[in-house]
Design a binder for this molecule. Structure first.
Ligand SMILES: *[C@@H]1O[C@H](CO)[C@@H](O)[C@H](O)[C@H]1NC(C)=O
Ligand SMILES: *[C@@H]1O[C@H](CO)[C@@H](O)[C@H](O)[C@H]1NC(C)=O
Ligand SMILES: *[C@@H]1O[C@H](CO)[C@@H](O)[C@H](O)[C@H]1NC(C)=O
Ligand SMILES: *[C@@H]1O[C@H](CO)[C@@H](O)[C@H](O)[C@H]1NC(C)=O
Ligand SMILES: *[C@@H]1O[C@H](CO)[C@@H](O)[C@H](O)[C@H]1NC(C)=O
Length: 465
């Protein structure tokens, strides 16, 4: 008995040692360690450099703009094990948060097309985390999904926002960094502050890696109509006409406003543009005619066990997976939306390859959401409210206005409209025909990390732009 016990101890003690050496709790991949905590303590908060952004009305390009857009391309060909662990841990946090926001949006924009960019929403809140101190930082960290395993109240139970940001950006780099001509992705970050509000250089510098392009400008918010007009004109010009009407209204008390604008355009390889218009049933009585495309190939497919919906996963470029979820057997979209999977991996589970002819509308879907409004719907209005401690953004008192996530997604055929060649189809294969002709959900995943980059609902392919 004793021997057995000591053998058990020997075994468990040995593995505990081995375990200790290899196993790092995922939280600690992102947290501050003891030595960085000590360094942080010694850093003097006072006397940090600030700058006042140049006015949006100024015709000159600010001198600091080069620094904001001085990009280092992330190497994504050979990810270290640590980076992969970080990705797989973070992607679930990003997904969980985006499902929370999706549920709020679904209520607020009933019956309309919806589109959101999980990474952008997470990135915006992370930006505030980088600018926050004290309780606000703790609350934001919780919202971002990070719960310290130790529960110690010291700095080692805080995550290093820079590490999170860099991991978040890796997901987007994986999508883009492979010379894929079928896919265009861009992300632009805008920060608008009131005239005379000094911003910490360190804060603005921290946000540089979060987007392809970053603009920081001062706007006089006193006349909200005029301010909204100036911002909309600025964003429209910088996006070369692609992003219009960013703002409809503004709170004149605003002295800080954030927006992130994300575009993804994919032309689906080997897709044929349909010669006839594609019929799409917005509801059981309303039919619209849209341009459609069809693509035949081996895609992954499933129907859920209760036969409520079908899922099809189609690779649309080297690293982008388009996942479409369509109600079947007379079910409606509402039911699927109410039961979205709680883990992003569930979207891609149990799919098996099938030979499929997929027919769907060509899409241009836009989404725009104000995180401040959604946080209020989630009963978290105070998080970025008047009393929020954002003392790493500015030493002035800040009133955060809108925090906007604008998204544009385009899906088209690659332009070929040659007739289908029946001879290329193997006769003995059973071809499953899937036609998207009524409201459906769509998601875009990055293929390597399996992180969800876009999540949306298409109720009417015509109702955007
Ligand atoms: C603590 O973290 C810093 C920065 O992430 C790193 O350079 C350093 O090696 C870490 N120290 C220990 C003891 O792990
Ligand atoms: C990637 O990493 C592996 C193992 O660390 C190494 O053997 C390989 O040469 C690396 N490849 C490139 C392209 O760096
Ligand atoms: C908030 O954090 C700052 C340092 O960033 C510190 O000086 C201040 O005392 C903190 N305030 C509270 C209420 O803890
Ligand atoms: C902002 O605009 C208001 C009128 O709309 C004007 O009175 C005020 O001087 C302006 N502030 C600055 C800093 O330009
Ligand atoms: C911020 O607001 C508080 C209370 O409203 C005030 O006491 C403080 O002086 C203000 N600080 C600045 C820099 O305006």
């Amino acid at each position: 008995m004793k021997l057995a016990a000591s053998l058990v101890c020997l075994f468990t003690c040995l593995t505990a040692v081995a375990y200790d050496r290899v196993y790092v709790h995922p939280f600690n991949l992102f947290s501050f360690n003891k030595s960085t905590c000590e360094e942080l303590e010694n850093l003097v908060q006072e006397g940090k450099k600030t700058f006042v952004p140049i006015s949006i009305e100024s015709q000159t390009t600010p001198a600091y703009e080069d620094d904001l857009n001085n990009k280092v391309k992330l190497e994504t060909r050979n990810l270290s094990i640590t980076r992969r662990q970080k990705l797989s841990y973070l992607k679930d946090f990003v997904y969980v948060l985006s499902v929370r926001f999706y549920s709020e949006l679904r209520e607020a924009q009933r019956g309309q097309n919806l589109l959101l960019s999980p990474n952008s929403i997470y990135g915006l809140l992370l930006s505030f985390y980088l600018g926050a101190s004290n309780q606000t930082a703790i609350d934001l960290q919780g919202l971002l999904g990070f719960v310290a395993p130790s529960g110690d109240p010291d700095c080692t139970s805080r995550v290093d926002g820079h590490k999170v940001l860099s991991t978040l950006r890796t997901i987007e780099s994986l999508l883009v960094n492979n010379g894929d001509k079928e896919l265009l992705f861009s992300k632009t970050l805008y920060l608008f502050s009131a005239p005379g509000v000094p911003l910490f250089e360190s804060f603005v510098h921290d946000l540089v890696p979060s987007a392809d392009v970053f603009y920081v400008q001062a706007v006089n918010f006193t006349n909200p109509g005029e301010a909204a007009k100036q911002i909309n004109t600025f964003v429209e010009a910088k996006s070369r006409g692609q992003s219009k009407h960013l703002l409809t209204d503004l709170d004149p008390a605003t002295n800080l406003l954030f927006a992130v604008d994300v575009h993804l355009a994919v032309s689906v390889k080997k897709a044929l543009r349909l010669k006839e218009p594609h019929e799409f049933w917005v509801d059981s009585n309303t039919k619209v005619l849209v341009s459609g495309m069809s693509v035949t190939g081996t895609f992954k497919y499933k129907t859920d066990t209760s036969k409520t919906f079908a899922v099809i996963e189609a690779p649309v470029s080297k690293n982008a997976l388009l996942v479409l979820m369509q109600p079947i057997d007379g079910n409606d979209l509402d039911k699927i939306e109410a039961e979205l999977p709680l883990q992003s991996s569930a979207w891609l589970q149990d799919l098996s390859p099938r030979q499929i002819k997929l027919t769907l509308p060509e899409l241009t879907i836009e989404g725009s959401s104000d995180l401040q409004e959604l946080l209020a719907d989630m009963k978290l209005a105070t998080l970025l409210g008047k009393d929020a401690d954002l003392s790493k953004i500015s030493d002035a008192n800040l009133t955060v206005g809108k925090v906007i996530n604008k998204v544009l997604f385009k899906l088209s055929s690659d332009g070929a409209d040659q007739p289908e060649d029946p001879a290329t189809q193997k006769e003995d294969l059973v071809l499953l025909e899937v036609t998207l002709n009524k409201p459906f959900l769509l998601a875009v995943f990055e293929g390597k990390s399996k992180a969800m980059l876009f999540l949306g609902r298409v109720t009417n392919p015509l109702s955007s732009v």
